[in-house]
Design a protein. Structure first.
Length: 150
């Protein structure tokens, strides 16, 4: 599937609960670092490496508390500067299995979104902010309230 999707020219992507199905090591192989298995940009403002406080046997103690993925991407599309923010579902462990998230933790994302929008608008001077999110059907309208308050 990854080989096929790599041919699509995808600019940005937000992982959903099924992207964690094979565990955090496979997730990292596909989406993290300088040479991930995918050639699109995985974004998630609310996905972090577990802290030693939360999980004393964390798989990634040297990265504790850091974001796993970049939280935004800025692109020029014609004459328009676009800022893209990613939020993933904090329901992943419940939908798949808590074991698949070993070494990662998720936040609901509201704080991250409130911080990202002013950064993109004021510092990076984007003309348009796009929110990519995988939040489940019940939560599809929540982000607009967070953005309106920014």
């Amino acid at each position: 599937m990854v080989d096929i999707l790599n041919r699509f020219g995808i600019d940005a992507f937000v992982p959903g609960n099924w992207d964690f199905l094979y565990g955090t090591e496979r997730f990292r192989e596909l989406f993290v670092g300088d040479a991930p298995g995918t050639n699109w940009n995985a974004l998630a403002a609310n996905l972090y490496y577990s802290t030693l406080y939360d999980f004393p046997l964390s798989r990634y103690p040297d990265k504790a508390g850091q974001r796993v993925l970049p939280f935004y991407l800025a692109r020029e599309v014609g004459e328009v500067k676009v800022g893209i923010v990613g939020l993933t579902a904090d329901r992943g462990p419940q939908a798949v299995s808590p074991r698949t998230m070993d070494g990662f933790y998720l936040t609901p994302g509201e704080e991250e979104l409130r911080a990202a929008v002013p950064l993109l608008r004021d510092k990076l001077k984007v003309d348009l902010v796009v929110l990519l999110f995988e939040r489940g059907l019940a939560a599809k309208c929540e982000p607009q309230a967070s953005i309106a308050q920014s």
